[in-house]
Design a protein around this ligand. Structure first.
Ligand code: TIU
Length: 223
């Protein structure tokens, strides 16, 4: 309940009050992390997401649960009839809604096997699950309402991929008045140069989008 400070956050110290804080776990779904999923179908190497960032996301999730923060899990997920998927999105990826690998089911479709969350960070009872049709977690979802009704003011982000769904969600949250921080080592991209540039632009210009820190900083602050 007391204020905790992350003194070495960039661009300057960040204050957390656990009761008003949500951990936002962005799109830790097999579609992006599995070598048989959507990310891989786009031609990307997915191993790095699991190997580098996932163990740190686990640490932040566990620290958040321990500190009684609200926990949010997002999924990039369309309805089975794709009625919430703009044709423009399908035009640039005709694999959406298709089955590329039988074990993963239809790509980016709700409740298909590929749309399940990595077991290490799977939701438990009482945690919020947000199916989002876009890259940002606030577009066409009730996330803003859910956070505000819980009195949440601060968001701690982990997830994939850094410059796509994490960045978009963080920008949307920032515009809605939430104080946002991302742990550099609990997010990952298929493109190391995009990750680096994205994290730099988030905290540049006096934290134009928000703050950054490392997993151990979040864990220490929530103790
Ligand atoms: N979750 C998310 O980032 N969706 C993407 O499509 N990411 C890519 O990097 N393609």
């Amino acid at each position: 309940n007391r204020d905790a400070i992350i003194p070495n956050a960039k661009p300057f110290p960040f204050t957390i009050r656990a009761k008003k804080t949500a951990i936002v776990m962005v799109d830790w779904q097999l579609d992006f992390t599995s070598p048989k999923g959507f990310g891989a179908a786009l031609g990307n190497d997915c191993e790095v997401l699991r190997e580098e960032a996932l163990p740190n996301a686990v640490k932040i999730l566990e620290a958040g649960r321990e500190a009684k923060c609200a926990i949010v899990h997002t999924l990039e997920a369309h309805k089975a009839d794709l009625s919430d998927c703009p044709p423009s999105k399908i035009r640039r990826c005709d694999k959406i809604g298709q089955t590329v690998d039988a074990k993963m089911g239809r790509i980016l479709v709700r409740n298909e096997p590929g749309n399940s969350i990595e077991p290490l960070v799977a939701p438990i009872e009482g945690e919020l699950i947000v199916h989002k049709p876009g890259k940002g977690a606030f577009y066409n979802t009730n996330l803003e309402f859910q956070l505000k009704r819980r009195g949440i003011e601060t968001l701690i982000f982990t997830g994939v991929t850094t410059e796509v769904c994490v960045q978009t969600s963080m920008r949307e949250a920032n515009d809605r008045g939430f104080e946002c921080i991302v742990a550099d080592d609990a997010t990952e991209s298929y493109f190391p140069e995009f990750k680096k540039a994205c994290l730099e632009m988030i905290s540049s210009q006096n934290g134009i989008v928000g703050w950054r820190c490392l997993t151990e900083d979040v864990v220490n602050a929530l103790k």
